[in-house]
Ligand binder design. Sequence first.
Ligand code: BV8
Length: 251
Amino acid sequence: MKQLNIKNIVVLTGAGISAESGIPVFRSETGLWENHRVEDVCTPEAYDRNPALVRNFYDGMRVKLANIKPNPAHLALARLGREWKGGYTLVTQNIDNLHEQAGSENVIHMHGELMKIRCYEDYGGCGTVVETDRPQDPEQPCPNCGKKLLRPHIVWFGEMPLDMDLISERLSKSDLFISIGTSGVVYPAAGFVRSAKFAGAVTVEFNLEPSATKGYFDAGVYGKAGTTLPDFVDRLLSRGSEYISELIRGA
Ligand code: BV8
């Protein structure tokens, strides 16, 4: 096997990394979205039909987030971001702010952020993004254009995820792609491992069980991320490429 020389790391996280912090994952037995049907709360059409229902859905999650703390998996990634000597990109599908609370910086939230609202361009708004930590007041005017068109700054199904050009550029230069706590069913995020592989990266997934895209991973580390990730980061920082070679040889 060719000698690995890992420089650039890209990490993708999903709901599974926040599960041990108490945030439920999406794919539950009932297939409902926190007791709602996806099409009723997570599409532009749902918002057109019933903006109050959609706002209330995210208001509920935002208020709960105030009492939720990062877990050792978030802390391990914050340490990796601080101590890794090469390139490091953290992309998350999650809308919570647990990576930031754990100390991660420059987090790419490709599906938006719960603690932000945006002046809705489709309705004639200006696109300005506003931080918030409280339930949304539909009468709140945009601080930039003054219109009352603020909506959750969340990427719904059928909407284009954020920062896709930046993500594609980092994937094209990745030497190691690490996917953590995602079922690999929603695109384009689920396709990132394929892009990384085509760029020649080593690919590793962390999950409770193999994901839908398991075939693209050179190795899988199965167990709770709060336990598996700190150990992985420790070994990666102390032994680098040699450890990754060992991991994929043993896969
Ligand atoms: C787009 C924000 C195009 C909202 C989210 C047919 C085929 C293929 C694709 C499509 C299709 N029809 C439509 C599409 C596209 C669609 C899609 O992929 N649909 C799927 C359902 C088939 N995608 C989109 O619409 C995307 N946009 O394609 O735009 C476009 C082009 C041009 C112009 C305009 C548009 C946008 C998708 C974004 C939707 N928003 N989130 C909110 O959060 O409320 S999606 C949401 O679900 C997440 O963000 C994430 O992306 C996705 C999946 O969730 P996961 O994070 O994976 O969580 P999940 O519960 O599924 O899994 C948890 C995992 O963790 C499990 O594997 C579990 O085992 C593991 N786990 C649990 N505990 C732990 C653990 N692992 C480790 N440790 C633990 N302790």
